[in-house]
Design a protein. Structure first.
Ligand code: FEO
Length: 399
C-alpha cells in the first residue's frame, strides 16, 4: 500500500505515524474520536533515525509514509521512547525493512520491557538518563520520564531542530489529519487532553508534578513538542499544555461536584436530582452522570478537576448495581484524590449498597459524609433530606 504520505514538521523531521479512525476502546477508556500512533522520521547526514513506531496492524501505513521520504533501508537508528504496544508493536516487522545494521535504542527499563515483549526478535541497546546520542550528525538527548506513562518511558530531544518527542506525555486520543494543535478546535483539544490525563496519567500525578517543576532545569527549548498520540504543540501551545499538566498534576480543582448514579425504579435517580439542587443552590457546579448513559472514562474526565464525588446505587441482591461496581473499580485504580465523597441510594429491606460504596470511597478522600438511604421510594420529606444532603456537601467544600 502506498497511499499514505509523510508530513514534514520541521527542517529534518517528518511525521510518519498511523491514524486509527476506528479505535473506540483503549484498555477500558472510551476513545470516541479514535487516535493516532505517532512515529517520527528524522533525516541525518547519511541516513535516517526513526523515533517510535506504531501499533501492530498499522505497519503498512507506517512503511508507506516512510517510503514517501526514503527507502526504509536508509533507517540506521530507531529510538523507542516507550515500550507499550501501541508504540512498539510494529518494531519486529519494521526491523525486517530497515538497515540490517540498525541500532535500536531504549531506556534501561525500556530494554527490559522490549525484551520481555519481543524476546530475541529485537536487540535493544540501553541509553542512560541524560545521554546525548550523536546520530548521523545530530544530537538526541534522552530524558527518562518514569511512569509517564510506564517505568520505561523517556523523552528524546532533537537538539538540532529543537523537537521534543514526548511519547504519551501531552498527547490525546484524537484521530485526524491535523498534525498541529493550533489547527484543531480548542474545545476538543481541552476535552481530549484532559480526558487522556484523567484516564491514563492520574495515578502518576505526583511524579508528573515533580517533572513539570523540574522542566525549566532540563534545558529544553523546544520549537515543537511531539507526543505519540494526537496533534503536536508549537508556539504558545507548548506553554499552554505544560500549564495544563502543571494544574492537573497539582490537583487544582473547580467548585464542582460529580454525582454518579445508577437506578432501578428511579428512586436513586430522584435522590440524585435533589442532591444536585442542594449543591447548586450553594454555588457548587453539580454535574449529574447517570451510568445508564455515561462511560466510566467520561466520569474520570469530570473527576479530574472536581472537588467532590457523590455516588449513588440502589441495593441490588444485597450489593450494588454492576455499573457502579465497574466505576468504583476503575476510579480506585486511577487514584483520584477528592475533598469530599458521599454515598446515597434507595433500598428495599437492607441498605447494603451505600455501605459498600462508602468503604470504597474512603480511598478517594479523607472526608466523607455518612451515607444517605431512602426506603423504596423517596417521599417529599426524603427529597428534602436529599437536598439538604447536597447543601451539607456544599458546606463541607466551603470549609
Ligand atoms: Fe500510548 Fe502508554 O502508550
Amino acid at each position: 500500500m502506498s497511499c499514505f504520505n509523510a508530513v514534514q514538521i520541521s527542517n529534518a523531521v517528518y511525521w510518519v505515524g498511523a491514524i486509527d479512525w476506528s479505535l473506540r476502546n483503549f484498555h477500558g477508556y472510551e476513545t470516541r474520536r479514535g487516535s493516532t500512533y505517532n512515529a517520527y522520521l528524522v533525516k541525518g547526514n547519511d541516513g535516517y533515525i526513526l523515533i517510535d513506531t506504531v501499533k501492530k496492524g498499522f505497519e503498512n501505513e507506517l512503511l508507506s509514509r516512510i517510503r514517501s521520504v526514503c527507502d526504509p533501508k536508509e533507517i540506521k537508528f530507531i529510538i523507542s521512547n516507550h515500550a507499550e504496544m501501541d508504540h512498539s508493536g510494529a518494531i519486529p516487522e519494521i526491523l525486517s525493512h530497515v538497515s540490517p545494521d540498525v541500532k535500536l535504542y531504549a531506556s534501561t527499563l525500556g530494554v527490559k520491557a522490549l525484551n520481555a515483549h519481543f524476546g530475541s526478535k529485537v536487540n535493544p541497546v540501553p541509553v542512560a538518563n541524560g545521554t546525548v546520542l550523536p546520530l548521523l550528525g545530530r544530537n538526541f538527548r534522552c530524558v527518562e520520564t518514569r511512569m509517564l506513562h510506564w517505568p520505561d518511558s523517556m523523552w528524546t530531544y532533537d537538539e538540532t531542530d529543537r523537537i521534543l518527542f514526548t511519547n504519551d506525555a501531552f498527547g490525546m486520543h484524537l484521530a485526524g489529519y491535523e498534525r498541529w494543535a493550533d489547527d484543531c478546535d480548542e474545545n476538543i483539544l481541552e476535552e481530549e487532553s484532559a480526558k487522556y490525563f484523567a484516564n491514563i496519567l492520574t495515578p502518576y500525578a505526583p511524579l508528573i508534578a515533580k517533572l513539570i517543576k523540574a522542566y525549566p532545569t532540563l534545558e529544553l527549548a523546544p520549537a515543537a513538542v511531539c507526543p505519540d498520540h494526537g496533534p503536536c504543540w508549537r508556539n504558545d501551545g507548548i506553554a499552554h499544555i505544560l500549564e495544563r499538566y502543571r494544574a492537573w498534576s497539582a490537583g487544582e480543582r473547580k467548585n464542582r461536584a460529580v454525582i454518579v448514579f445508577d437506578t432501578m425504579w428511579h428512586s436513586t435517580e430522584r435522590m440524585a436530582h435533589a442532591i444536585g439542587e442542594g449543591l447548586n443552590a450553594h454555588g457548587i457546579d453539580a454535574c449529574l452522570m447517570p451510568l445508564s448513559g455515561s462511560h466510566r472514562s467520561d466520569v474520570a474526565k469530570q473527576l479530574l478537576d472536581a472537588r467532590a464525588c457523590i455516588i449513588g446505587s440502589p441495593t441490588l441482591n444485597n450489593g450494588i448495581m454492576p455499573t457502579v461496581a465497574d466505576l468504583l473499580c476503575y476510579i480506585k485504580g486511577l487514584k483520584f484524590k477528592l475533598d469530599t465523597t458521599a454515598a446515597f441510594g434507595s433500598y428495599g429491606w437492607a441498605p447494603a449498597a451505600t455501605k459498600q460504596i462508602d468503604v470504597e470511597l474512603s480511598a478517594l478522600s479523607d472526608a466523607h459524609l455518612p451515607p444517605l438511604n431512602v426506603l423504596y421510594v423517596p417521599t417529599d420529606k426524603d427529597l428534602e433530606d436529599c437536598r439538604q444532603f447536597g447543601e451539607q456537601i456544599a458546606a463541607s467544600l466551603k470549609n
